[in-house]
Write a protein that binds this ligand. Structure first.
Ligand SMILES: Nc1ncnc2c1ncn2[C@@H]1O[C@H](COP(=O)(O)OP(=O)(O)OP(=O)(O)O)[C@@H](O)[C@H]1O
Ligand SMILES: [Mg+2]
Length: 248
C-alpha cells in the first residue's frame, strides 16, 4: 500500500504491506503524529482509501486545526464520509488524573481492560461504517500512564496490537522510545508488528538532523539505511538517496 509520503515508499519498495500493522517509533517532536496523519490524508486524497485516526493524545478540534496547517482538511474529509476521528483521550494521562480525583472504579485493572475492549469495538464499527482501508493510532505511549505496572502495560499494548491486526485495515501505531525503555531492546510490541519505522533527531556539532530508519518490514525488501527527512508546510519528506553522515 503506497503511503503517499514523499520518499518513504521508495525506501520500502512501494509501500506498507497491506492489512498489516506498522509501528512508528520516535522521541518527542520527531513528527510521529504528522506521519500518521499524512499516511491517512494521502490515502484519502490520492488513493481513494478511507481512513480512521484513533487519538489517545489530542482532541478532535486540536487535531483538525493542527493538520490544516499542512493543508490537510480532515473536517471536509469527514463530511464527505471518507474519514472518522476516534477520540480515545479518555485513556490518556489527563483523564487518569481526573479519575484519581474522583476515585472512579475505572482505575481497576478490569475497568482499564474494559476500556480497551470498548475502544477496539468502536474502531471496528467505524472501519465498517466508512469501509476504511487505513487506520492510525496515536499514541500507544499514552497507555504508559494508565498502566503503570509494566506487565499490565505490556499485556494491554499487546492486546491492542493484536486486535488491530485482526481488523483488516493497514494500521500505523505510533509510540515513544521512552515508552519502550531507554535500553532499546526489542520489545514484544516490535515482534508483534509487521514493520518498524524509527524517527529520531540527531545532534552533532551544534546542528540537528532528522533521521529515519526502516528497521523491519516483513514481506518487502527495504533500504535499512539511516536517511534524512524534513518537516515543512507540506508535511514530512524523506530523502532515501541521501546519507545523514557527511561524506568527505
Ligand atoms: N510547518 C512546519 N515546518 C517545520 N516544522 C514543523 C512544521 N510543523 C510542525 N513542525 C515540526 O514538527 C514537529 C512536531 O510534529 P509531531 O507533532 O508530529 O511530533 P510528535 O513526534 O508527534 O511529537 P509528540 O511527541 O509531542 O507527540 C515539531 O518538531 C515541529 O517543529
Ligand atoms: Mg504526537
Amino acid at each position: 500500500m503506497p503511503t503517499g509520503i514523499q520518499g518513504l515508499d521508495e525506501l520500502i519498495s512501494g509501500g506498507f504491506p497491506r492489512g498489516r500493522v506498522i509501528l512508528v517509533l520516535g522521541g518527542p517532536g520527531t513528527g510521529k503524529t504528522i506521519l500518521a496523519a499524512q499516511f491517512l490524508y494521502k490515502g484519502i486524497s490520492e488513493y481513494g482509501e478511507n481512513g480512521i485516526f484513533v487519538s489517545l493524545d489530542e482532541s478532535q478540534n486540536h487535531f483538525y486545526s493542527e493538520m490544516m496547517k499542512f493543508g490537510w482538511d480532515f473536517k471536509k474529509a469527514e463530511e464527505e464520509g471518507k474519514f472518522l476521528f476516534v477520540d480515545a483521550t479518555r485513556l490518556s494521562r489527563v483523564a487518569l488524573l481526573k479519575e484519581k480525583l474522583l476515585k472512579e472504579e475505572t482505575s481497576s485493572l478490569r475497568g482499564k481492560q474494559l476500556q480497551i475492549d470498548k475502544l477496539i469495538e468502536e474502531v471496528q464499527a467505524k472501519i465498517q461504517q466508512i469501509g476504511a482501508k487505513r487506520v492510525a493510532l496515536d499514541t500507544l505511549a499514552s497507555l504508559f500512564y494508565r498502566f503503570l505496572d509494566p506487565i499490565e502495560r505490556r499485556t494491554a499494548s499487546v492486546d491492542l496490537i493484536e486486535a488491530l491486526s485482526d481488523l483488516g485495515a493497514t494500521t500505523v501505531i505510533t509510540t515513544e522510545l521512552s515508552y519502550l525503555g531507554l535500553e532499546r531492546n526489542m520489545m514484544d510490541e516490535e515482534f508483534l508488528v509487521h514493520g518498524v519505522v524509527m524517527m529520531q533527531t540527531l545532534f552533532s556539532g551544534g546542528t540537528t538532523t532528522r533521521a529515519l530508519q526502516v528497521e523491519k518490514m516483513r514481506g518487502t525488501s527495504v533500504n535499512a539505511n539511516l536517511v534524512p527527512y524534513t518537516i515543512d508546510k507540506n508535511g514530512i519528506e524523506i530523502f532515501p538517496a541521501m546519507s545523514v553522515f557527511r561524506e568527505k
